[in-house]
Design a protein around this ligand. Structure first.
Ligand code: IMP
Length: 175
């Protein structure tokens, strides 16, 4: 797999879009204190940037979900760090790096709804609607992308490339 050195989405575009999403979320949650629930590890940077751009009173928690092996969806999704969360009665905003097949989110949303939040909404930096296998309702999406594998700004390939400030395509090495 080869990293395309030219970002598909630059750090500047991400920052501008994060500011737009934050303005929308701030307006929608006016008068409430949402619980931002970031999904580790991929959404760590997005959650941190969004939390700061919101400039409103929020609570911040993280869960861990794993579904990918290399660049293929493993099918099985495992969720951890859910046990200590206090979800009941809270306005939960789940923050993901990318929605691909929708399996991770569908499972996570099911687990969260069992805990009876006052509301549950979903915010993702990237959306690949063409890959959807399970329907999920995305309330806030940063960018829609094609059916390509991307890394950077938290997203990885076998734990590499998370640190890149922009989002890059990872292309199959034809050589
Ligand atoms: P889903 O369950 O198939 O929707 O996959 C969601 C998870 O798969 C995301 O949270 C990512 O961790 C991972 N994922 C999906 N597409 C990509 C990609 O293009 N690059 C890196 N990780 C991805």
């Amino acid at each position: 797999m080869l990293l395309n050195p030219e970002p598909l989405i630059s750090a500047e575009r991400i920052a501008a879009r994060v500011a737009e999403l934050a303005a929308q979320i701030r307006a929608d949650y006016a008068g409430r204190r949402p619980l931002l629930l970031g999904v580790l590890k991929g959404a760590a940077f997005f959650t941190a940037d969004l939390a700061r751009a919101l400039e409103m009173d929020v609570d911040l928690e993280f869960v861990r979900a794993r579904s990918y092996v290399g660049s293929r969806s493993g099918g099985d999704v495992s969720v951890s760090r859910m046990d200590d969360l206090k979800i009941a009665g809270r306005h939960v905003l789940l923050i993901e790096d990318i929605v691909d097949t929708g399996r991770t989110l569908s499972l996570l949303c099911g687990r969260l709804l069992d805990c009876e939040p006052a509301s549950l909404a979903l915010c993702t930096l990237l959306d690949k609607p063409g890959r959807r296998e399970v329907p999920v309702r995305v309330d806030y999406a940063g960018f829609e992308i094609e059916n390509q594998f991307v890394v950077g700004y938290g997203l990885d390939y076998e734990e590499r490339y998370r640190h890149l400030p922009g989002v890059h395509l990872l292309e199959v090495d034809e050589g």
